[in-house]
Write a protein that binds this ligand. Structure first.
Ligand code: NAD
Ligand code: ZN
Ligand code: ZN
Length: 343
């Protein structure tokens, strides 16, 4: 099977021929149909974060495909079923976080495409208990971006406890942001979308954003305040300055939800303003299996639209460059055999 491999941080990925991986107990082998390019994969390939993966590794945590073989003890998945393999590759199932429905905070978790090989490959392994069944009617190319971009922003809005009639700021209308705009609308909010290209702002408008803010030419904080200030702001842009800008546009009692993970990112939080205004700064990491099931359900019900551009896996390095230079409409999905078919 073919896989795109990070051999060295910061170097182009290498397409390699590898033997098919053998599923161990509790695992399945998936024949990947579609695999999304999340900005996290770029951070992984560049070794951007304090906790680093160990090259050589195969990135990718939006892999979707068909179960091809089941390992010992797997009883609830069968050959031929379509599954998604998210960032949360496995968790312990016993700690306080796992037991309280927060398995995304498990300290023993293994992350797909980071702590084990991921979806930039024709075949991959998944732990059956964490592979998510994709409902009928949801195509592999749509399911892929939902598997990280979807679940992460859906969860971030839950963390912010967004209510109808609130103003929600979405900072960064990329892979994550284009879905965040839609979930915020589903939650009943008024949405202010912020980005730095005309194309992204136009996309946000098409997807239902009510207020558009161009961070190149407008003062983001002042614009949000002009509309009363944001009850919640999702920081999805890979830029610490963008975090500060939306933080300054919160209304009293508002919440900044930090999601993007810029390399060496720090945020200056003004103590006086934060105390006097009673604002919160919260981190949010992906979502749980239940969150992903809800994301898939919303899509199966026709309530969300996934904007993707499919490319072959051999285009991985140009694709990374295009994401870094803001040349992608929303999400690139590597087509590994889905052929864009609906089912
Ligand atoms: P992306 O590159 O597709 O989108 C980023 C968007 O931000 C682009 O549209 C870009 O034009 C916009 N942008 C850049 N500078 C801006 C600025 N100053 N103000 C407003 N917008 C600006 O990336 P993505 O795949 O959506 O991922 C975004 C970030 O989220 C990455 O750092 C990624 O690692 C992180 N992430 C975190 C989680 C989590 O669980 N916390 C999950 C997935 C991704
Ligand atoms: Zn991701
Ligand atoms: Zn645990």
């Amino acid at each position: 099977m073919k896989a795109a491999v990070v051999r060295e941080f910061g170097q182009p990925l290498v397409i390699e021929e590898r033997p098919d991986p053998e599923p161990g107990p509790g695992q399945v082998r998936v024949r990947v149909e579609a695999s999304g390019l999340c900005h996290t994969d770029i951070h992984a390939a560049h070794g951007d974060w304090p906790v680093k993966p160990a090259p050589p590794f195969v990135p990718g945590h939006e892999g979707v495909g068909l179960v091809e073989e089941t390992g010992e003890g797997v009883t609830h998945l069968a050959v031929g079923q379509r599954v998604a393999v998210p960032w949360l590759g496995r968790a312990c199932g016993r700690c306080e976080h796992c037991l309280s429905g927060w398995e995304s905070l498990c300290e023993s978790q293994v992350n797909t495409g980071y702590g084990c090989d991921g979806g930039y490959a024709e075949k991959m392994l998944a732990w059956a208990d964490f592979a998510q069944l994709v409902p009928e009617g949801v195509s592999a190319v749509d399911a892929a971006p939902l598997t990280c971009a979807g679940v992460t922003t859906y969860k971030a809005l839950k963390v912010a406890d967004v209510r109808p009639a609130q103003l929600v700021a979405i900072s960064g209308v990329g892979g994550l942001g284009h879905l965040a705009v839609q979930y915020a609308k589903i939650a009943g909010a008024t949405v202010a979308a912020i980005d730095v290209t005309d194309e992204k702002l136009e996309l946000a408008r098409e997807l239902g954003a009510d207020i558009l803010i161009d961070a190149r030419t407008q003062d983001v904080g002042a614009e949000l305040k002009r509309h009363g200030g944001a009850h919640a702001a999702l920081a999805l842009a890979v830029s610490p300055a963008a975090f500060e800008a939306v933080n300054s546009g919160l209304r009293r009692g508002g919440k900044l939800v930090m999601v993007a993970l810029p390399a060496h990112g720090t945020l200056q939080v003004p103590i006086f303003d934060t105390v006097l205004n009673g604002t919160s700064v919260i981190g949010s990491i992906v979502g749980t299996r239940q969150d992903l099931a809800e994301v898939f359900q919303l899509h199966a019900d026709g309530r969300t639209k996934v904007i993707h551009e499919t490319r072959p896996l051999t285009a991985v390095n140009e694709s990374i460059d295009d994401v870094l230079h803001g040349k992608v409409k929303a999400r690139i999905v590597f087509d590994l055999g889905a052929g864009g078919r609906e089912r």
